[in-house]
Design a protein around this ligand. Structure first.
Ligand code: FMN
Length: 217
């Protein structure tokens, strides 16, 4: 990269291109690479680097996306928590194909993940639910996520109802709330570079093995 290109990148929100590109070994694990990028995103000062878009597709073919928070990941997948009565989960129950997207702007990095969804066990969901603050636990009971409010104060009234109901007790895990694991079969790492000559390093799971290849930007 020339000095002028570097300067342009640094001054135009393109700090990422001045970073060295990751060294990709032939047997590179996409999960190790994700871990490395996730740590770098955490260190970069980006607000909520764990925020990711989740896309589902309704039965009529209409896709929809929304942000959620990644709560854990390992070779088994990427986990977030939600209401099982929500639009996203209803759609994912009908069609378990799902896409995740991370964008770490200051690093000029994007990670695209495609896979299928599965529910976490009640035990796993319970463990996470009880690690949350009480207000969020009551909130999970009170919110009929994705349903229309019947009247303006409905949510406030429902919060009061559940605060009263569980006063002095541990708030139990609602049976309509818990974790979803995205089991990936495709993970793509995108690194912004000067002159739009970006790097795209892709991993695709075939016969239980991860194959890697690069794509034109
Ligand atoms: C940064 C951010 C993080 C969010 N995290 C979650 C989350 O972890 N789980 C969740 O159910 N909704 C989360 N939401 C709200 C969702 O984007 C969405 O509004 C909600 O889940 C209802 O979506 P649905 O009707 O498509 O199911 C988050 C929103 C933002 C902006």
């Amino acid at each position: 990269m020339t000095f002028i290109e570097k300067l342009r990148c640094l001054l135009t929100f393109g700090q990422g291109v001045a970073l060295p590109l990751p060294e990709i070994k032939p047997n590179q694990s996409p999960f190790d690479l994700f871990q490395q990028w996730f740590e770098e995103a955490n260190k970069s000062g980006i607000l909520l680097p764990e925020a990711m878009s989740v896309s589902s597709v309704a039965q009529n073919g209409q896709p929809s996306s929304r942000m959620v928070l990644l709560k854990s990941f390992n070779e088994e997948g990427f986990v977030f928590y939600t209401n099982y009565g929500s639009r996203k989960h209803s759609e994912l129950q009908q069609n378990d194909k799902v896409a995740l997207l991370f964008h770490w702007n200051i690093l000029q990095r994007q990670v695209r993940i495609e896979g299928t969804i599965e529910k976490l066990s009640v035990k796993q969901s319970e463990q996470y639910f009880h690690s949350r603050d009480r207000g969020s636990q009551i909130g999970a009971w009170a919110s009929k996520q994705s349903q229309k409010l019947s009247y303006d104060d409905e949510l406030k009234d429902r919060v009061s109802h559940y605060e009263e109901k569980f006063a002095g007790h541990e708030v139990p895990l609602p049976n309509f709330w818990g974790g979803l694991n995205v089991k990936p079969h495709y993970i793509e790492f995108w690194q912004g570079r000067a002159s739009r000559l970006h790097d795209r390093i892709c991993f695709e799971k075939q016969d239980q093995c991860w194959q890697q290849f690069k794509l034109h930007p």
